[in-house]
Design a protein around this ligand. Structure first.
Ligand SMILES: [Ca+2]
Ligand SMILES: [Ca+2]
Ligand SMILES: [Ca+2]
Length: 160
C-alpha cells in the first residue's frame, strides 16, 4: 500500500469514528437531530414550570427555527407521543408578536394549525397540539402540558 492510500484510509476511519461520536453525543433519554438534543418531559406542567424543568437540564424549551426541525419533531411526536408539548416562545409582551422566551428575538418560522393562533382567553404561549397533528396552537400559559427541551449537542462544529 502506498503512503497516500494509508493516509486516506486513516482519514476515513477518523471521520467515521468522529461521526459516531456525534450521533451518540446527546445524554441518555435525549434525541439527537442536526446539532441539537431534545428531551420529552413526562409531567403535565405550566409553561414557566416547563422552562424551569428545561433549565435544570441545561436546556430551554424548544426553539423551532426551521421547517426541517419542525418536521423532525412533528414526525417524532406522531410516532411516539400523545400529549401537547410546550415550545419556548411567547407573545405576552405584544399580542401577535412571538418572541423566544426571555429574549427580545422575534420568532420567524411558524406552523400554526387550522384557525390558530386566535388568542382565545389571552393565549400567550404555544404548543405542538396533539389533536391537530402536532401543528402549533396558542394556549394559556397557566395550563398543563409537557415540556419539550432543546440544547445544542457539544460537537456540532467539529463535523458539520
Ligand atoms: Ca432549535
Ligand atoms: Ca397571545
Ligand atoms: Ca389557540
Amino acid at each position: 500500500m502506498k503512503t497516500t492510500e494509508i493516509i486516506f484510509i486513516c482519514c476515513l476511519i477518523t471521520v467515521y469514528v468522529r461521526g459516531t461520536v456525534k450521533a451518540t453525543d446527546c445524554p441518555d433519554r435525549w434525541v439527537a437531530f442536526e446539532g441539537s438534543c431534545y428531551l420529552f418531559g413526562h409531567d403535565l406542567i405550566h409553561f414557566t414550570e416547563a422552562e424551569e424543568y428545561c433549565r435544570q437540564h441545561s436546556a430551554t424549551l424548544v426553539h423551532v427555527e426551521t421547517k426541517e426541525e419542525n418536521m423532525f419533531l412533528r414526525d417524532f411526536l406522531r410516532d411516539f407521543k400523545s400529549a401537547d408539548y410546550w415550545m419556548g416562545m411567547t407573545d405576552e409582551t405584544t399580542e401577535g408578536i412571538w418572541k423566544w422566551y426571555g429574549t427580545d428575538k422575534n420568532v420567524e418560522y411558524f406552523d400554526w394549525g387550522p384557525s390558530e393562533p386566535q388568542n382565545a382567553h389571552n393565549e400567550d404561549c404555544a404548543v405542538f397540539g396533539d389533536t391537530i397533528d402536532y401543528t402549533w396552537a396558542d394556549v394559556q400559559c397557566a395550563t398543563n402540558r409537557k415540556a419539550l427541551c432543546e440544547m445544542q449537542s457539544e460537537d456540532v462544529d467539529i463535523i458539520g
